[in-house]
Ligand binder design. Structure first.
Ligand code: ATP
Ligand code: LTN
Length: 348
C-alpha cells in the first residue's frame, strides 16, 4: 500500500483508479451491508487503489449513538472490514475522525451548497421525519461531509448502495462548483452501484431496504447473529401464498430471497429459479439459511479473533491514519491555496 501523496491527479494513482468508501459504525453489520458493500469492496482491491474508512463522524448524526458505544462499534467495524477480506497490505483502512481535513473541507464545500439542495435529500427528509421533533443541523450537513470524504482523496470511484446515490450526485455537483469557482482542481467522482444486491430488502417487509435502524429486528440479518437466529429469521421471512420460486414484482419476498441466495452463492438468479422449480418454500428457505451460515461462520470467527487482537487492529488503523493524513493534508493545502486562505509556514 505504498501511495505517493502527490501523485493522485485525475482520480488515479500509479495508473489505478482511486476508490474510496466507508460504513457508519452505528450498529452491527447486516447482510445488506455485506452483500451490497463489503463483499464487493474485497473484489475491488484487485484493480483499484482503495481507501476504506469508518465514518464515525457521520454516526453521531444519529441521536444517542456517541460515547463508549461508538468507540466499541468503530473497532467492531474495523474488525469486520478485515474479517470480510479487506487486506491492509493492499488497502488503506482508517477512521474518519482521526484524520484532519474531512471537517475542514466540508466547511469549504458547504459554502458552495444551497440549503434547499440539502433539504431536498431523500435521506434527510426520511430521517428528519423520524427524529421525534429535534432535527440536528448535522443531519442536514451530512451529505457535505460525505462529499468532503470523497474529494479529500480525489477519489474516482465510490461504491455505494442505491440509498447513497443522491449523496454521490451532490459530491459531483460540489466538485464541479468548486472547479467552476476556484479553477479546475477536483476529479468529478463516479458512483459505483453494484450488482443485484445493491438493495437487499427487509425480511419482514420486502418493500423497504434491510436496515440497522429498522425497529423490527427480525427484518435485518446481522453477521453476528447465531446460526439459530439466522435460521429463524429466514424461516419467518415474509413471502406469499403462490408457492412458486421466481422473480416477480408481485413477489417481493421471494425475489429478495432469490437475490440474497444469488449474492451469497454466486449462482445467477435464473440458475436458482431453475433449480428450485417445483420445490416448496420451506426447503428453499432452509437451503438459503444453510448457505448464509456457511458463508458467515468463517467471517464471524475471524471477527472474534481480530477483536481479541487489539494491538494488531490498532496498528492497522494507525498505519492507515498516517497514510490518509498525508494525502488529506496535501490536498487540503492546495484547496486552501485556491480558496485564498493564507499559507501555513510550518510543515505538519
Ligand atoms: P441505516 O439503517 O442507519 O440507514 P444502513 O443499514 O443503511 O444504516 P449504512 O451504514 O448506511 O447502513 O450503509 C453502509 C453501506 O451498505 C452503504 O454502501 C449502503 O449503501 C450499503 N447498504 C446498506 N443497506 C443496504 C441494503 N439493504 N442493501 C444493499 N446495500 C446496503
Ligand atoms: N453515508 C454513507 C457512509 C459514508 C460514505 C462516505 C460512503 C460516509 N462518507 C463517502 C462513501 C463515500 C453511508 O451511510 N453508507
Amino acid at each position: 500500500m505504498a501511495m505517493e501523496k502527490d501523485n493522485n491527479a485525475g482520480g488515479t494513482l500509479d495508473g489505478l483508479p482511486i476508490l474510496l468508501t466507508g460504513l457508519q459504525p452505528t450498529a452491527g453489520i447486516h447482510l445488506g451491508n455485506y452483500l451490497g458493500a463489503l463483499q464487493n469492496w474485497v473484489a475491488m482491491q484487485r484493480d483499484h487503489r482503495c481507501l476504506f474508512f469508518i465514518s464515525d463522524m457521520h454516526a453521531i448524526t444519529v441521536p444517542g449513538s456517541g460515547g463508549g458505544q461508538l468507540r466499541k462499534t468503530t473497532m467492531d467495524c474495523a474488525a469486520f472490514y478485515l474479517a470480510c477480506g479487506i487486506d491492509p497490505e493492499k488497502s488503506c483502512i482508517f477512521i474518519q475522525s482521526q484524520v484532519f481535513g474531512h471537517a475542514e473541507l466540508a466547511w469549504v464545500l458547504g459554502c458552495l451548497a444551497s440549503v434547499g439542495q440539502l433539504e431536498r435529500m431523500t435521506q434527510f427528509k426520511d430521517k428528519s421525519g423520524h427524529s421525534g421533533g429535534f432535527i440536528g443541523a448535522g443531519l442536514l450537513y451530512y451529505p457535505i461531509l460525505m462529499a468532503a470524504d470523497i474529494l479529500l482523496y480525489n477519489a474516482k470511484r465510490v461504491p455505494v448502495g442505491e440509498d447513497q446515490r443522491q449523496h454521490l450526485e451532490l459530491a459531483r455537483d460540489l466538485a464541479e462548483k468548486f472547479n467552476g469557482t476556484y479553477g479546475a482542481f477536483f476529479n468529478v467522482p463516479e458512483a459505483f452501484v453494484g450488482n443485484v444486491c445493491a438493495r437487499v430488502m427487509s425480511l419482514q417487509n420486502p418493500l423497504v431496504k434491510m436496515s440497522k435502524s429498522d425497529e423490527n429486528t427480525m427484518g435485518a440479518l446481522f453477521l453476528m447473529d447465531s446460526n439459530d437466529k439466522i435460521q429463524k429469521k429466514i424461516r419467518t421471512s415474509v413471502t406469499d401464498s403462490e408457492g412458486s420460486i421466481r422473480i416477480s414484482a408481485e413477489k417481493p419476498g421471494i425475489s429478495n430471497l432469490l437475490h440474497i441466495f444469488s449474492g451469497i452463492s454466486g449462482d445467477s438468479v435464473s440458475a436458482l429459479e431453475e433449480r428450485y422449480a417445483g420445490v416448496g418454500y420451506g426447503q428453499f428457505k432452509a437451503d438459503i439459511a444453510d448457505a448464509i451460515i456457511e458463508k458467515i461462520t468463517p467471517i464471524r470467527e475471524r471477527f472474534f479473533h481480530l477483536r481479541r487482537e487489539e494491538n494488531f487492529l490498532a496498528n492497522v488503523l494507525e498505519k492507515g491514519r498516517i497514510h490518509a493524513q498525508g494525502c488529506a493534508l496535501s490536498l487540503l493545502d492546495k484547496v486552501y491555496d485556491l480558496v485564498g486562505f493564507q499559507r501555513r509556514f510550518t510543515e505538519e
